[in-house]
Structures are given as C-alpha cells and as structure tokens.
Design a binder for this molecule. Structure first.
Ligand code: NDP
Length: 237
C-alpha cells in the first residue's frame, strides 16, 4: 500500500509514518523541512526505499505541485492520504491569543490556511493518484474542537473555526469523490501528548495512530463523509 502523510516529521504524523512502515507499507512522508527531520531521516536509513521524504508546505501551491511530482517519480498511485498537518497558534505558550480582545487577522489566516484550505488543496492535487489506487481513502485529522454541538467556550476561536471549516470542506469533497469510488472521512484523534497537545494530554499519539491505521484499513463506502473519533465512534457535527 502507498500512503501519503502531511506533517510527518513530529507528533501524530511521525507515529503514523512509523506504524505504516512497520507493517511494510510504502510511505511518502511530507514535511516542511525534511533535511531537518532527524527522526524521519533515521527511519529512512532503516526502511530505505519504502520511505520517501518530500518537502511540503500545505499553504503553498508550488510546494503542493512539487510534492505531487515527487510521488509520481516513485509511484503510479496512492491508496491513503492522511491530511495530518495542523497548527494551533501560540500552543503551549499559556497566553490568550485565541481569546476575545486578543484575536488577530494573521493568526486567523494562518490557522485557516494550514488547517482547512491546505488539506483541501492537497487532496485535490493528489486526487488523480488516489483514483489510480486500490481503494483511495482520504483521512483528514480534525478535532472535537471543530464540533459546533460541543462548542461551549470562546477560546480557541481560530482553531475551532478552522477545524469546522475543514469538516465542511471534507464533507463536500466526500460527496464528490464517493462517486469515484473513494472514501473521505474526518477523524478526531483525541487529546495527545505532542507539541500541540502538551504534556498534560491524556493520550499517547501512538495509540491514536494505531486507531487511525485500523480505521483506514476497515473503511466502507457507507462511512464516506463521516466524522468519527480515532476509535471509530461518531462525533456530533
Ligand atoms: P504537532 O504540533 O506535534 O505537529 C504539527 C505538524 O504539522 C508538524 O509536522 C508541523 O510541521 C506540521 N505543519 C504545520 N504547519 C504546516 C504547514 N504549513 N505545512 C505543512 N506542515 C505543517 O501536532 P499534532 O501531531 O498534535 O497534531 C496532528 C494533527 O492532529 C493536527 O491536525 C492537529 O490539529 C490534530 N489534533 C491534535 C490534537 C492534540 O491533542 N495534539 C487534538 C486534536 C486534533 P513543522 O514541524 O514544520 O512545524
């Protein structure tokens, strides 16, 4: 199987990369600066041609085009795309940047570009390769923070709005790609101990990754367009 993962250099993306490689799959691990991704380089020494490191900034059209060409040089198709890259501006800084009174245009735009628009345009660009795959699946990593039903606080404004926008983009995409035999789902990975989630989070990203790999393996056409947890439970929109 050929898997493409964004934000593969750390956190959940790195765990997903490791677990697919351990199973013998081929991984295209995309990150902004592969030459500085020590863990990915270590994995490449271990797994050789099963792992292709690609530069990708999901907010850049030129970077997305180059990544597609990078995949085409090594493979004719993709089976799974995991839209994992994401930002939470000022994560862990303990400041109030996502509270009313502190909101900025720059934070809003950055969050929307990386968390919502980027995944949509990466998916669009990789669609021909996914259509050529066995059962193309698009897994977009969202968050319970993107649930309108669960929203009970102001903070974080931008992050929540960006994940709600991601959900709508991917639900729209699902309606179209379903007719092509592809499946697109939106996944809440839980609160994980990563740079974004912080040390107090209750979950090991390896557990989330294990659940997401299993979920991706077992997807059926009727699940296309759904919003679920890493354990496959429905999340309210
Ligand atoms: P991390 O902060 O550990 O990693 C984020 C990844 O996204 C990094 O690889 C980072 O690359 C990459 N990234 C950021 N901006 C861009 C960009 N413009 N182009 C390409 N890559 C980019 O986060 P997690 O591993 O915790 O999060 C993974 C996903 O899970 C995200 O979508 C997040 O929103 C979601 N999530 C996380 C939760 C948590 O508790 N941690 C909870 C719910 C959802 P770089 O190193 O270059 O910055």
């Amino acid at each position: 199987m050929h898997v493409f993962i964004t934000g593969a250099n750390r956190g959940l993306g790195l765990e997903l990369t490791r677990q697919y490689l351990e199973r013998g799959d081929h991984v295209f691990a995309a990150s902004r600066q592969p030459d500085q991704a020590a863990e990915l380089q270590q994995l490449q020494r271990q797994y050789g041609e099963h792992l292709v490191l690609l530069p990708l900034d999901v907010t850049s059209a030129a970077s997305i085009d180059a990544a597609v060409q990078g995949v085409r040089q090594a493979a004719d198709s993709l089976d799974v795309l995991i839209n994992n890259a994401g930002v939470y501006p000022h994560a862990g800084s303990g400041d109030d940047h996502q509270r009313l009174g502190q909101l900025t245009h720059d934070d809003a735009i950055e969050t929307m570009q990386v968390n919502a628009i980027g995944p949509l345009l990466v998916s669009q660009a990789l669609l021909p390769l996914l259509r050529a795959g066995r059962k193309g699946r698009i897994i977009s990593i969202s968050s319970g923070q993107g649930s309108l039903t669960w929203k009970a606080t102001g903070d974080p404004y931008h992050y929540s709005a960006s994940k709600a926008a991601l959900n709508m983009y991917m639900r729209s995409l699902a309606a179209e790609v379903g007719h092509m035999g592809l499946i697109s789902v939106i996944v809440d990975p839980g609160w994980m101990r990563t740079e974004m989630g912080g040390d107090h989070a209750n979950q090991d990203p390896a557990d989330s990754a294990r659940g997401i790999v299993r979920l991706a393996d077992q997807l059926h056409a009727e699940e296309n367009g759904s919003f679920v947890t890493w354990q496959g439970q429905p999340v309210p929109w």
